[in-house]
Design a protein around this ligand. Structure first.
Ligand SMILES: Cc1cc2nc3c(=O)[nH]c(=O)nc-3n(C[C@H](O)[C@H](O)[C@H](O)COP(=O)(O)OP(=O)(O)OC[C@H]3O[C@@H](n4cnc5c(N)ncnc54)[C@H](O)[C@@H]3O)c2cc1C
Length: 394
Protein backbone atom coordinates (compact mmCIF):
# COMPACT_ATOMS: atom_id res chain seq x y z
CA UNK A 1 0.00 0.00 0.00
CA UNK A 2 1.30 3.45 -0.84
CA UNK A 3 0.61 6.63 1.04
CA UNK A 4 -0.14 9.67 -1.10
CA UNK A 5 -0.01 13.21 0.25
CA UNK A 6 -1.80 15.17 -2.49
CA UNK A 7 -0.78 16.14 -6.02
CA UNK A 8 1.40 19.12 -5.15
CA UNK A 9 3.42 17.20 -2.55
CA UNK A 10 3.79 14.19 -4.83
CA UNK A 11 5.05 16.53 -7.58
CA UNK A 12 7.64 17.78 -5.12
CA UNK A 13 8.53 14.17 -4.29
CA UNK A 14 9.25 13.59 -8.00
CA UNK A 15 11.39 16.74 -8.06
CA UNK A 16 13.39 15.47 -5.07
CA UNK A 17 13.86 12.08 -6.73
CA UNK A 18 15.18 13.56 -9.95
CA UNK A 19 17.48 15.90 -7.99
CA UNK A 20 19.03 12.96 -6.15
CA UNK A 21 19.26 10.95 -9.39
CA UNK A 22 21.17 13.80 -11.07
CA UNK A 23 23.28 15.23 -8.26
CA UNK A 24 23.93 12.62 -5.57
CA UNK A 25 27.25 10.91 -6.44
CA UNK A 26 26.64 7.16 -6.83
CA UNK A 27 29.59 6.16 -4.62
CA UNK A 28 28.33 8.33 -1.73
CA UNK A 29 24.88 6.82 -2.00
CA UNK A 30 26.25 3.29 -2.11
CA UNK A 31 28.53 3.82 0.88
CA UNK A 32 25.71 5.39 2.87
CA UNK A 33 23.27 2.58 2.15
CA UNK A 34 25.91 0.03 3.15
CA UNK A 35 26.58 1.92 6.39
CA UNK A 36 30.20 2.67 5.41
CA UNK A 37 32.16 5.59 6.76
CA UNK A 38 32.49 8.76 4.67
CA UNK A 39 35.31 11.26 5.00
CA UNK A 40 34.65 14.80 6.15
CA UNK A 41 35.57 16.02 2.65
CA UNK A 42 32.96 13.72 1.12
CA UNK A 43 30.35 15.08 3.54
CA UNK A 44 31.41 18.64 2.79
CA UNK A 45 31.22 18.03 -0.95
CA UNK A 46 27.64 16.80 -0.65
CA UNK A 47 26.79 19.66 1.71
CA UNK A 48 28.01 22.13 -0.93
CA UNK A 49 25.76 20.53 -3.58
CA UNK A 50 22.74 20.87 -1.31
CA UNK A 51 23.68 24.45 -0.36
CA UNK A 52 23.98 25.44 -4.04
CA UNK A 53 20.45 24.15 -4.62
CA UNK A 54 19.16 25.93 -1.48
CA UNK A 55 18.10 22.63 0.15
CA UNK A 56 20.77 22.24 2.81
CA UNK A 57 18.76 23.50 5.78
CA UNK A 58 15.08 22.56 5.40
CA UNK A 59 14.34 23.50 9.01
CA UNK A 60 15.69 27.07 8.78
CA UNK A 61 13.58 30.10 7.92
CA UNK A 62 13.89 31.45 4.38
CA UNK A 63 15.51 34.64 5.64
CA UNK A 64 18.56 32.67 6.77
CA UNK A 65 18.89 30.29 3.85
CA UNK A 66 16.10 27.72 4.29
CA UNK A 67 13.94 26.66 1.32
CA UNK A 68 10.73 27.90 3.00
CA UNK A 69 9.13 24.47 3.25
CA UNK A 70 6.41 23.53 5.73
CA UNK A 71 6.26 20.30 7.79
CA UNK A 72 4.70 18.32 4.92
CA UNK A 73 7.46 19.19 2.45
CA UNK A 74 10.13 18.44 5.07
CA UNK A 75 8.51 15.07 5.79
CA UNK A 76 8.61 14.04 2.11
CA UNK A 77 12.16 15.40 1.79
CA UNK A 78 13.32 13.25 4.72
CA UNK A 79 11.77 10.11 3.21
CA UNK A 80 13.30 10.66 -0.22
CA UNK A 81 16.65 11.72 1.28
CA UNK A 82 17.04 8.39 3.05
CA UNK A 83 15.68 6.31 0.20
CA UNK A 84 18.22 7.90 -2.15
CA UNK A 85 21.03 6.98 0.25
CA UNK A 86 22.07 10.61 0.80
CA UNK A 87 24.55 10.93 3.67
CA UNK A 88 23.63 12.83 6.82
CA UNK A 89 26.39 14.68 8.59
CA UNK A 90 26.90 17.83 10.54
CA UNK A 91 23.44 17.25 12.02
CA UNK A 92 24.17 19.19 15.24
CA UNK A 93 24.98 22.31 13.16
CA UNK A 94 22.28 22.03 10.51
CA UNK A 95 19.36 20.61 12.46
CA UNK A 96 20.03 21.62 16.06
CA UNK A 97 22.16 24.75 16.50
CA UNK A 98 20.93 26.58 13.37
CA UNK A 99 17.26 26.68 14.47
CA UNK A 100 18.35 27.60 18.04
CA UNK A 101 20.39 30.58 16.84
CA UNK A 102 17.57 31.72 14.55
CA UNK A 103 15.14 31.58 17.49
CA UNK A 104 17.28 32.71 20.44
CA UNK A 105 20.51 34.22 19.04
CA UNK A 106 21.42 37.91 18.94
CA UNK A 107 21.66 39.60 15.54
CA UNK A 108 25.45 39.45 15.80
CA UNK A 109 25.35 35.70 16.57
CA UNK A 110 23.02 35.07 13.62
CA UNK A 111 25.23 37.02 11.21
CA UNK A 112 28.40 35.31 12.40
CA UNK A 113 27.29 31.72 12.99
CA UNK A 114 24.68 30.88 10.36
CA UNK A 115 26.68 31.69 7.18
CA UNK A 116 29.66 29.72 8.51
CA UNK A 117 27.43 26.68 9.01
CA UNK A 118 26.01 27.02 5.50
CA UNK A 119 29.47 27.27 3.97
CA UNK A 120 30.70 24.22 5.88
CA UNK A 121 33.43 26.31 7.56
CA UNK A 122 32.18 25.45 11.02
CA UNK A 123 31.11 22.04 12.22
CA UNK A 124 29.43 22.10 15.62
CA UNK A 125 28.93 19.21 18.01
CA UNK A 126 26.43 18.94 20.83
CA UNK A 127 27.88 18.91 24.33
CA UNK A 128 24.99 18.03 26.60
CA UNK A 129 25.60 14.59 28.20
CA UNK A 130 28.22 14.05 30.89
CA UNK A 131 29.48 11.00 32.79
CA UNK A 132 26.77 11.32 35.47
CA UNK A 133 24.24 13.31 33.47
CA UNK A 134 22.51 11.57 30.57
CA UNK A 135 18.85 10.82 31.22
CA UNK A 136 19.07 13.17 34.20
CA UNK A 137 20.57 15.99 32.16
CA UNK A 138 19.96 18.64 34.82
CA UNK A 139 22.59 16.91 36.98
CA UNK A 140 25.34 18.19 34.66
CA UNK A 141 28.46 19.61 36.27
CA UNK A 142 30.58 21.33 33.60
CA UNK A 143 31.06 24.70 35.23
CA UNK A 144 31.41 28.17 33.77
CA UNK A 145 32.64 30.77 36.25
CA UNK A 146 32.36 34.46 35.32
CA UNK A 147 35.66 36.35 35.17
CA UNK A 148 35.26 39.85 33.71
CA UNK A 149 33.99 39.57 30.13
CA UNK A 150 34.73 35.83 30.01
CA UNK A 151 33.61 32.57 31.54
CA UNK A 152 36.23 30.06 32.60
CA UNK A 153 34.89 26.63 31.66
CA UNK A 154 35.94 23.22 33.01
CA UNK A 155 34.39 19.76 32.87
CA UNK A 156 33.78 16.66 30.77
CA UNK A 157 31.24 15.95 28.05
CA UNK A 158 30.55 12.37 27.05
CA UNK A 159 29.15 10.60 23.96
CA UNK A 160 29.71 13.73 21.90
CA UNK A 161 28.89 12.74 18.31
CA UNK A 162 31.13 14.21 15.60
CA UNK A 163 33.41 16.01 18.11
CA UNK A 164 36.48 14.66 16.31
CA UNK A 165 35.30 16.33 13.09
CA UNK A 166 34.09 19.56 14.70
CA UNK A 167 35.82 22.84 15.44
CA UNK A 168 33.08 24.18 17.75
CA UNK A 169 30.85 22.82 20.47
CA UNK A 170 27.58 24.16 21.89
CA UNK A 171 27.49 23.10 25.49
CA UNK A 172 25.22 23.15 28.48
CA UNK A 173 27.23 24.55 31.39
CA UNK A 174 26.48 25.21 35.03
CA UNK A 175 26.63 28.93 35.80
CA UNK A 176 24.97 28.73 39.24
CA UNK A 177 25.34 26.12 41.93
CA UNK A 178 22.38 27.19 44.12
CA UNK A 179 18.64 27.05 43.49
CA UNK A 180 16.72 24.65 41.21
CA UNK A 181 19.13 22.51 39.13
CA UNK A 182 17.64 23.55 35.76
CA UNK A 183 17.80 27.28 36.51
CA UNK A 184 21.58 27.17 36.97
CA UNK A 185 22.31 25.95 33.42
CA UNK A 186 23.36 28.14 30.49
CA UNK A 187 23.86 27.53 26.76
CA UNK A 188 27.40 28.42 25.69
CA UNK A 189 29.24 28.39 22.34
CA UNK A 190 32.84 27.19 22.66
CA UNK A 191 35.68 27.21 20.16
CA UNK A 192 37.37 23.79 20.24
CA UNK A 193 40.53 24.89 18.48
CA UNK A 194 42.34 26.19 21.57
CA UNK A 195 44.47 24.79 24.37
CA UNK A 196 42.46 23.13 27.13
CA UNK A 197 40.09 21.24 24.80
CA UNK A 198 40.86 17.57 24.37
CA UNK A 199 38.83 15.10 22.30
CA UNK A 200 39.23 11.36 22.92
CA UNK A 201 37.56 8.73 20.74
CA UNK A 202 35.05 6.15 21.96
CA UNK A 203 34.71 3.13 19.67
CA UNK A 204 31.18 1.77 19.81
CA UNK A 205 29.94 -1.82 19.57
CA UNK A 206 29.69 -1.60 15.75
CA UNK A 207 33.42 -0.83 15.63
CA UNK A 208 32.76 2.77 14.60
CA UNK A 209 34.24 6.03 15.75
CA UNK A 210 31.32 8.43 15.92
CA UNK A 211 31.24 9.44 19.60
CA UNK A 212 33.87 10.98 21.85
CA UNK A 213 34.73 12.27 25.26
CA UNK A 214 35.45 16.01 25.32
CA UNK A 215 37.55 17.28 28.20
CA UNK A 216 37.55 21.03 28.76
CA UNK A 217 40.05 22.51 31.22
CA UNK A 218 40.11 26.20 32.22
CA UNK A 219 39.06 27.45 28.80
CA UNK A 220 38.16 31.14 28.47
CA UNK A 221 34.91 31.80 26.61
CA UNK A 222 33.65 35.35 25.95
CA UNK A 223 30.31 36.20 27.60
CA UNK A 224 29.08 37.23 24.14
CA UNK A 225 29.06 33.47 23.32
CA UNK A 226 26.13 32.93 25.64
CA UNK A 227 22.90 32.08 23.79
CA UNK A 228 19.85 33.56 25.51
CA UNK A 229 20.27 34.80 29.06
CA UNK A 230 22.36 33.20 31.77
CA UNK A 231 20.31 30.35 33.27
CA UNK A 232 18.02 30.16 30.20
CA UNK A 233 19.38 26.92 28.78
CA UNK A 234 16.45 24.75 29.82
CA UNK A 235 13.99 26.65 27.63
CA UNK A 236 16.44 26.50 24.71
CA UNK A 237 17.08 22.78 25.25
CA UNK A 238 13.36 21.99 25.23
CA UNK A 239 13.04 23.93 21.95
CA UNK A 240 16.06 22.12 20.50
CA UNK A 241 14.93 18.64 21.48
CA UNK A 242 11.36 19.19 20.37
CA UNK A 243 12.28 21.02 17.20
CA UNK A 244 11.72 18.22 14.76
CA UNK A 245 9.01 16.04 16.15
CA UNK A 246 9.05 13.43 13.45
CA UNK A 247 12.81 12.89 13.21
CA UNK A 248 12.89 10.42 16.11
CA UNK A 249 10.60 8.06 14.20
CA UNK A 250 13.31 7.60 11.55
CA UNK A 251 10.67 6.98 8.87
CA UNK A 252 13.14 7.55 6.01
CA UNK A 253 15.94 5.32 7.39
CA UNK A 254 13.33 2.65 8.18
CA UNK A 255 12.00 2.77 4.62
CA UNK A 256 15.51 2.55 3.19
CA UNK A 257 16.25 -0.56 5.28
CA UNK A 258 12.90 -2.11 4.32
CA UNK A 259 13.81 -1.59 0.67
CA UNK A 260 17.19 -3.29 1.24
CA UNK A 261 15.42 -6.18 2.93
CA UNK A 262 12.98 -6.58 0.03
CA UNK A 263 15.96 -6.72 -2.37
CA UNK A 264 17.76 -9.24 -0.15
CA UNK A 265 14.76 -11.58 -0.24
CA UNK A 266 15.13 -11.72 -4.02
CA UNK A 267 18.66 -13.12 -3.73
CA UNK A 268 19.53 -16.81 -3.76
CA UNK A 269 20.77 -18.54 -0.60
CA UNK A 270 23.65 -21.02 -0.28
CA UNK A 271 21.20 -23.90 -0.84
CA UNK A 272 20.24 -22.46 -4.23
CA UNK A 273 16.75 -21.42 -3.14
CA UNK A 274 15.27 -17.93 -3.17
CA UNK A 275 15.78 -16.45 0.31
CA UNK A 276 12.26 -15.01 0.39
CA UNK A 277 10.80 -18.50 -0.11
CA UNK A 278 11.45 -19.35 3.54
CA UNK A 279 7.92 -19.10 5.03
CA UNK A 280 9.07 -18.30 8.59
CA UNK A 281 11.35 -15.53 7.40
CA UNK A 282 8.63 -14.23 5.03
CA UNK A 283 6.18 -14.01 7.93
CA UNK A 284 8.62 -12.08 10.11
CA UNK A 285 9.32 -9.69 7.24
CA UNK A 286 5.57 -9.17 6.75
CA UNK A 287 5.21 -8.36 10.46
CA UNK A 288 7.91 -5.73 10.47
CA UNK A 289 6.61 -4.21 7.24
CA UNK A 290 3.17 -3.95 8.83
CA UNK A 291 4.71 -2.26 11.87
CA UNK A 292 6.44 0.21 9.58
CA UNK A 293 3.21 1.01 7.79
CA UNK A 294 1.53 1.64 11.15
CA UNK A 295 4.44 3.89 12.13
CA UNK A 296 4.02 5.91 8.95
CA UNK A 297 0.31 6.34 9.68
CA UNK A 298 1.09 7.49 13.20
CA UNK A 299 3.64 9.94 11.82
CA UNK A 300 0.95 11.24 9.47
CA UNK A 301 -1.36 11.87 12.40
CA UNK A 302 1.37 13.87 14.13
CA UNK A 303 2.02 15.71 10.88
CA UNK A 304 -1.69 16.56 10.56
CA UNK A 305 -1.64 17.93 14.12
CA UNK A 306 1.44 19.96 13.34
CA UNK A 307 -0.18 21.41 10.22
CA UNK A 308 -3.20 22.46 12.28
CA UNK A 309 -0.90 24.20 14.77
CA UNK A 310 -1.36 21.71 17.62
CA UNK A 311 1.44 21.56 20.23
CA UNK A 312 3.58 18.40 20.39
CA UNK A 313 2.09 15.66 22.53
CA UNK A 314 3.32 12.38 24.00
CA UNK A 315 2.83 10.64 20.63
CA UNK A 316 6.34 11.87 19.82
CA UNK A 317 7.62 9.42 22.45
CA UNK A 318 5.59 6.61 20.87
CA UNK A 319 7.16 7.39 17.49
CA UNK A 320 10.66 7.46 18.98
CA UNK A 321 10.28 4.06 20.68
CA UNK A 322 8.61 2.28 17.77
CA UNK A 323 10.81 3.88 15.10
CA UNK A 324 13.95 2.70 16.88
CA UNK A 325 12.60 -0.77 17.54
CA UNK A 326 11.54 -1.23 13.92
CA UNK A 327 14.98 -0.18 12.66
CA UNK A 328 16.55 -2.68 15.03
CA UNK A 329 14.17 -5.43 13.83
CA UNK A 330 14.97 -4.63 10.19
CA UNK A 331 18.74 -4.82 10.73
CA UNK A 332 18.25 -8.07 12.65
CA UNK A 333 16.39 -9.58 9.67
CA UNK A 334 19.00 -8.26 7.24
CA UNK A 335 21.74 -9.84 9.31
CA UNK A 336 19.89 -13.16 9.36
CA UNK A 337 19.66 -13.02 5.57
CA UNK A 338 23.43 -12.39 5.47
CA UNK A 339 23.88 -15.47 7.64
CA UNK A 340 21.82 -17.60 5.24
CA UNK A 341 23.95 -16.32 2.35
CA UNK A 342 27.19 -17.05 4.14
CA UNK A 343 26.33 -20.68 4.90
CA UNK A 344 28.47 -21.79 2.02
CA UNK A 345 31.76 -23.63 1.97
CA UNK A 346 34.33 -21.28 0.35
CA UNK A 347 35.69 -24.21 -1.75
CA UNK A 348 32.39 -24.43 -3.55
CA UNK A 349 32.75 -20.84 -4.79
CA UNK A 350 34.56 -19.72 -7.94
CA UNK A 351 38.08 -18.42 -7.29
CA UNK A 352 37.95 -14.94 -5.65
CA UNK A 353 34.14 -14.82 -5.38
CA UNK A 354 32.83 -13.07 -2.21
CA UNK A 355 31.26 -15.39 0.37
CA UNK A 356 28.35 -13.01 0.94
CA UNK A 357 26.76 -10.43 -1.34
CA UNK A 358 28.45 -7.02 -0.92
CA UNK A 359 25.09 -5.65 0.28
CA UNK A 360 25.13 -8.17 3.12
CA UNK A 361 28.76 -7.82 4.12
CA UNK A 362 28.20 -4.77 6.35
CA UNK A 363 25.05 -5.93 8.03
CA UNK A 364 26.66 -7.09 11.27
CA UNK A 365 28.15 -3.65 11.76
CA UNK A 366 24.82 -1.97 10.98
CA UNK A 367 23.02 -4.37 13.29
CA UNK A 368 25.27 -3.47 16.20
CA UNK A 369 25.31 0.21 15.37
CA UNK A 370 21.51 0.55 15.43
CA UNK A 371 21.40 -0.55 19.09
CA UNK A 372 22.07 3.11 19.86
CA UNK A 373 18.62 4.12 18.62
CA UNK A 374 16.84 3.14 21.80
CA UNK A 375 19.42 4.98 23.95
CA UNK A 376 20.25 8.37 22.47
CA UNK A 377 17.89 11.32 22.22
CA UNK A 378 16.10 10.05 25.35
CA UNK A 379 16.20 6.31 26.02
CA UNK A 380 13.13 4.09 25.54
CA UNK A 381 12.70 3.84 29.32
CA UNK A 382 12.59 7.62 29.59
CA UNK A 383 10.10 7.80 26.70
CA UNK A 384 7.94 5.19 28.44
CA UNK A 385 8.01 7.32 31.60
CA UNK A 386 6.68 10.24 29.55
CA UNK A 387 3.93 8.07 28.05
CA UNK A 388 3.00 6.74 31.49
CA UNK A 389 2.79 10.25 32.92
CA UNK A 390 1.09 12.02 30.06
CA UNK A 391 -1.15 9.35 28.53
CA UNK A 392 -1.78 6.86 31.32
CA UNK A 393 -1.68 9.51 34.08
CA UNK A 394 0.31 7.32 36.44
C1 LIG B 1 25.54 6.81 19.68
C2 LIG B 1 25.24 7.89 20.68
C3 LIG B 1 25.43 9.21 20.30
C4 LIG B 1 25.21 10.22 21.25
N1 LIG B 1 25.46 11.53 20.87
C5 LIG B 1 25.36 12.51 21.80
C6 LIG B 1 25.73 13.86 21.48
O1 LIG B 1 26.15 14.16 20.36
N2 LIG B 1 25.65 14.79 22.45
C7 LIG B 1 25.19 14.51 23.71
O2 LIG B 1 25.12 15.40 24.53
N3 LIG B 1 24.83 13.24 24.05
C8 LIG B 1 24.91 12.24 23.13
N4 LIG B 1 24.56 10.94 23.47
C9 LIG B 1 24.19 10.65 24.85
C10 LIG B 1 22.74 10.23 25.04
O3 LIG B 1 21.89 11.32 24.97
C11 LIG B 1 22.68 9.48 26.39
O4 LIG B 1 23.35 8.27 26.22
C12 LIG B 1 21.26 9.22 26.84
O5 LIG B 1 20.62 10.41 27.21
C13 LIG B 1 21.25 8.24 28.05
O6 LIG B 1 22.08 8.70 29.06
P1 LIG B 1 23.22 7.78 29.71
O7 LIG B 1 23.97 7.14 28.60
O8 LIG B 1 23.96 8.61 30.68
O9 LIG B 1 22.43 6.63 30.45
P2 LIG B 1 21.76 6.73 31.88
O10 LIG B 1 20.94 7.98 31.95
O11 LIG B 1 22.77 6.50 32.92
O12 LIG B 1 20.77 5.50 31.83
C14 LIG B 1 21.21 4.15 32.00
C15 LIG B 1 20.00 3.25 31.90
O13 LIG B 1 19.06 3.58 32.94
C16 LIG B 1 17.80 3.91 32.39
N5 LIG B 1 17.20 5.01 33.15
C17 LIG B 1 17.79 6.16 33.52
N6 LIG B 1 16.93 6.94 34.20
C18 LIG B 1 15.77 6.26 34.26
C19 LIG B 1 14.48 6.55 34.81
N7 LIG B 1 14.24 7.70 35.42
N8 LIG B 1 13.51 5.63 34.66
C20 LIG B 1 13.75 4.45 34.00
N9 LIG B 1 14.94 4.13 33.48
C21 LIG B 1 15.94 5.02 33.59
C22 LIG B 1 18.09 4.36 30.95
O14 LIG B 1 16.98 4.17 30.10
C23 LIG B 1 19.23 3.43 30.58
O15 LIG B 1 18.73 2.18 30.18
C24 LIG B 1 24.75 9.91 22.55
C25 LIG B 1 24.56 8.57 22.90
C26 LIG B 1 24.80 7.57 21.98
C27 LIG B 1 24.58 6.14 22.41
Amino acid sequence: MDLALGDETERLRDEFRSFFAQHLPADLSRKTLLGQKLTKDEHKGWQAILAAKGWLVPSWSKEWGGPGWGPLERFVWDEEYSLAGAPRANIPSLDLLGPVIIEFGTEAQKREILPRILSGEDWWCQGFSEPQAGSDLAALKMKAVRDGDDYIVSGTKLWTSWAHLSNKIFALVRTAQDGPKQAGISFLLIDMEQPGVQVSPIITIGGMHAVNEVQITDVRVPVTNLVGKEGDAWTITKFLLGHERLVGAGIGPNMALARQLAAALERTGADGRLIGDDPVLAQRVAEVETDLLALRYTAWRVLADELSGKAPGPEVSVLKIRGGEIQQALTELLMEVAEIESLVHPWSLPEGAPVVAPEAAHMAQQYFDRRKLTIYGGSSEIQRNIIARRILNV
